[in-house]
Design a protein around this ligand. Sequence first.
Ligand SMILES: O=C1C[C@@](O)(C(=O)O)C[C@@H](O)[C@@H]1O
Length: 258
Amino acid sequence: MQPSPIVVRGHPLAGGRLPAVCAPLVARDADALEAEARTVAALQPDLLEWRVDFFTGLADAQAVVAAGRRVRAAAQGLPILFTRRSHREGGQSIPIGEAEVAGLYEALASQGLVDLLDWEMSGPEAELARVRALARARGLPLVLSFHDFHRTPDDAALRERFAHAHALGADVAKVAVMPQSLEDVHRLLGATLRASRELPIPVISMAMGELGAVSRVCGGVFGSALTFAVGGAASAPGQMPIADVRAAVAALQRASSG
Ligand SMILES: O=C1C[C@@](O)(C(=O)O)C[C@@H](O)[C@@H]1O
């Protein structure tokens, strides 16, 4: 069975080819963010990820919405994945709590400024339920994610992470790990292939750091629906430039489609 692509507002990302290429935006203020969005969009990834935990005006919801408008205008029609990565899972330290973060998601989504939502499945149940309801109400795909910036959980735990995302109501299940060996990278790819076959939703995975870089180009072959690549600045270790990822993915696709 062919792993499924992520569908946003009725259209499969990357025209349905796996993996779609997503470029993060990590600027700290609205001027820099707009400039980053414009520059990165010109490199033609399939979508942008706004990593709002990098935005220093995060505590001011109006400022975040205003910045979101500028990102939307600069994104040249590319879909926008909205992500607050918690400090616990490798993101920046932020001055607001979970309820306020969920409020930001509501503010951005209700203004139509974002197209997909990333939420960490390990967070408190109340906010997860709130963001899930928001995603459903607005018709936005919900990516439920898990990140381990230190190690790669064992096979059973990897399988459980993907399955747990689905059980919690994810439209997309995402797992990012830090490998300590090539065996860890191999296991992550194996777990991805299995999850992509077992679950009825698209899955995303990546092994981070230098050892994991290979997973960012071959992950699609193992069922990962999306890979992150650098347009302006990286948001995680091991990300490669968009052009390099595109070239490698295209070479694999040519070779495997005959
Ligand atoms: O979760 C992910 C994946 C990621 O951590 C990576 O390793 O490419 C980068 C993050 O920006 C994104 O939210």
